[in-house]
Design a protein around this ligand. Structure first.
Ligand SMILES: *Cc1c(COP(=O)(O)O)cnc(C)c1O
Length: 358
């Protein structure tokens, strides 16, 4: 029997989502979700009426939600594209805006490479500097659409607005896509630069700072021309790309600025606590501007620490790429969860000492 799957996809290496094990209750610090529920208005928006309306298709223009996002960021609805998670925005940007090729860091969001392969893009990975900072000059010199996660994942490090502006300025004919999935935890957004630079597209998500990972909602802010191109791709693949309940949930979430401020501040406080506690125990911890920390210890191997923590009911994310395999990425949960995390770290370090001396 023939394989019915197209040969061009047979060797595609798909994205590996963080594990979601069901064997026991874990403290989940592995997929950068928010430890807090969505804003109160979200539950109210999912009314009986809204559920009954699920018999109808969703609004393909997503207008009410785009308007709410546009108001929040000081742009026009024609500058906003909403998508099924920001992954879908990124998919369209890779699909339709990479004719001159693409460049991205060797250590960054794993999906860029997957999309590059999926859409047959001629891409180049630029190695991060040894301290995990982004080699800005190499990006300025490179040809092709630049995809930059800012702050970057899993390193947590951020470029300043001035640095992004330098890249935009270096070649006005090159599109720069800035993926701001984590920007609300201490980074600087470049959304205000969209008016000045037609070669900028900013991608954001409701999955992290707005507690809606499971609703799947993201967006792109860019020139009306870029948004029109993304719309064309969407109407050629899935016109009703965002479902009714998610459109309502997203609108309610973005309208509750007070809750947004409260929860992101709580996460940044818990991050500061966790970073300080890890550093007291001689961990190396990057200067994270995100809702996770990237940390290593010379007392034990990164993979070994990951396994010990898992046995103790704490899930963190470990990557096997040689450059970063000594590190673990630790999502910031509630303060209570982070206190438990630190207590378990102490157990791991203690047990490790024990075996060393045995
Ligand atoms: C989480 C994440 C996304 C994707 O988020 P969605 O859930 O698809 O909105 C995009 N980019 C980066 C860097 C991320 O970490």
């Amino acid at each position: 029997m023939p394989s019915f799957f197209s040969s061009k996809y047979q060797h595609l290496e798909a994205y590996t989502p963080g594990e979601q094990p069901r064997d026991k209750a874990y403290i989940k610090l592995n997929t950068n979700e928010s430890p807090y529920p969505p804003a109160e208005g979200v539950l109210k928006a999912i009314s009986t009426e809204a559920v009954n309306d699920l018999r109808l298709y969703s609004d393909p223009t997503c207008l009410a939600t785009r308007k709410a996002i546009a108001d929040r960021y000081g742009v026009e609805p024609e500058n906003v594209f909403v998508s099924n998670g920001s992954d879908e925005s990124l998919a369209f940007l890779f699909m339709g805006f990479t004719e001159p090729g693409a460049v991205f860091a060797d250590i960054t969001y794993g999906f860029y490479k997957v999309f590059g392969d999926l859409y047959g893009v001629d891409y180049k990975e630029i190695p991060l500097n040894d301290d995990f900072t982004l080699p800005l000059d190499a990006f300025c010199r490179a040809k092709g659409t630049a995809f930059i996660a800012n702050p970057n994942a899993p390193t947590g490090l951020a470029l300043t607005t001035a640095e992004i502006e330098k890249l935009l300025h270096s070649d006005p004919d090159r599109l720069v896509v800035v993926d701001e999935a984590y920007v609300d935890f201490g980074g600087e957004t470049v959304v205000p630069l969209v008016k000045k630079y037609p070669n900028l597209a900013v991608v954001q998500t409701f999955s992290k700072s707005r507690s809606l990972a499971g609703a799947r909602l993201g967006f792109t802010i860019a020139s009306a021309e870029i948004i029109a191109g993304m719309d064309k791709l969407k109407y050629s693949t899935n016109p009703y790309n965002v479902n009714r309940l998610t459109l309502l949930a997203g609108k309610a979430a973005i309208e509750d600025e007070a809750y947004f401020e409260k929860t992101r501040n709580a996460i940044m406080e818990a991050r500061a606590y966790t970073k300080a506690e890890l550093e007291k125990r001689n961990f190396t911890v990057t200067d994270s501007k995100t809702n996770f920390l990237f940390a290593k210890t010379d007392k034990m191997d990164g993979g070994e620490l990951y396994k010990m923590l898992k046995d103790k009911g704490i899930l963190v994310r470990h990557f096997t790429a040689p450059k970063i395999c000594q590190y673990n990425r630790i999502t910031i949960g509630t303060m209570t969860e982070m206190q438990t995390f630190i207590a378990k770290i102490d157990e791991c370090l203690g047990e490790r000492e024990g075996t060393d001396h045995a």
